[in-house]
Design a protein. Structure first.
Length: 333
């Protein structure tokens, strides 16, 4: 009897070129609008949990229509990949609930600063999963942490501890979902992963939205009174576009580099928070922002992370089956 041998684990080479970096940076810019639109919606009297539900469901529908109109073959996904998207989507959905609950307690700029600790969680996951981050990655991570500390230190208002804790939970969930999606993106196109991740995000947040007795409470004192749901609709569009470009970035340059480039959203959020929400920041915070900017500029010196051992990764079970499966559809750029 012939013995079956295990299929070799696929490797994937990342390219830190303009083509690879651009989607990750664009995703970060789009994500920079997220806390602003979310805060505006909450200020307009929309429940935080209802904001999460509506924006996630609409973003899922946007992605479904995009696949229907462009390439229906991208609806195909192998079973292990579907399980990965279910895990990533559930993590991201739970994180979204904590994110918008935190926004109802703390300012948008402070919330985004705390949320940007998610590269720390990505790095911890990679170390736990037998990867060795490069020295440049560790230096950039240190600059990010320093920048965030300075930015938080520069805020001279009382800090809502429960809001901070909720935002840290959101950051952890977001950071942990990136390596999961990174593994399934080895074999699947980014639009496919985007759609199924958004689908399971919706399934994770819909129950909370259905439990809200009064999702919308209008008041004459609220801004955008005539269009209270406009920020929610804008948030849904930003979510759809940012997730698609996010997974293109993860596919091309990996989860850690995408997470490190993702701190670009901080500068977008701080600027918009000043202009739209009148949330100012001090000189100390500018120094922190500069530290983060230096971290971004060091991307040109990066190299892909190396494996520390030949042992299988924790997510090796997400590998595409070696046979009896249709060919993978081509990536849509």
């Amino acid at each position: 009897m012939l013995e079956k041998t295990a299929a070799p684990l696929k490797t994937h080479t990342y390219s830190l070129t303009v083509r690879g970096v651009f989607p990750a940076v664009l995703s970060a810019i789009l994500l920079g609008f997220t806390p602003i639109f979310g805060k505006l919606a909450i200020q307009n009297g929309v429940s935080p949990l209802f904001v999460v539900t509506i924006r996630t469901v609409l973003a899922t529908l946007f992605m479904a229509f995009t696949l229907l109109l462009t390439n229906r073959a991208n609806f195909y996904i192998y079973p292990a990949g579907l399980m990965a998207c279910a895990l990533a989507g559930t993590l991201n959905g739970i994180g979204s609930l904590f994110y918008y609950l935190a926004l109802s307690m703390i300012n948008a700029n402070l919330g985004q600063l705390i949320f940007l600790t998610y590269p720390v969680f990505v790095t911890l996951w990679m170390v736990f999963d037998h990867y060795k981050p490069s020295s440049v990655s560790l230096l950039r991570l240190a600059l990010i942490v320093l920048g965030i500390v300075l930015l938080i230190y520069g805020i001279h208002t009382p800090v809502h501890l429960r809001g901070v804790l909720f935002m840290l939970i959101a950051a952890a969930c977001y950071g942990l979902h990136l390596p999961v999606n990174q593994r399934v993106l080895y074999e699947m196109p980014a639009p496919t992963v985007t759609f199924y991740t958004l689908l399971f995000m919706s399934l994770a947040v819909i129950p909370s939205g259905l439990l809200i007795p009064q999702p919308l409470q209008l008041s004459p004192e609220k801004s955008f009174e005539l269009l209270p749901l406009f920020p929610v609709l804008a948030l849904a569009l930003v979510t759809f576009l940012s997730r698609l470009t996010l997974f293109l970035g993860v596919k091309r340059i990996g989860g850690l580099q995408t997470a490190l480039l993702g701190v670009t959203e901080l500068l977008v959020t701080l600027t918009l928070a000043k202009v739209w929400l009148n949330e100012s920041f001090s000189i100390v915070q500018w120094i922190g922002a500069l530290s983060i900017l230096v971290s971004l500029l060091l991307i040109g010196l990066e190299k892909p992370p190396q494996r520390r051992t030949a042992k299988p990764t924790i997510l090796h079970w997400l590998q595409h089956p070696p046979s009896k499966e249709p060919p993978t559809p081509p990536l849509i750029d």
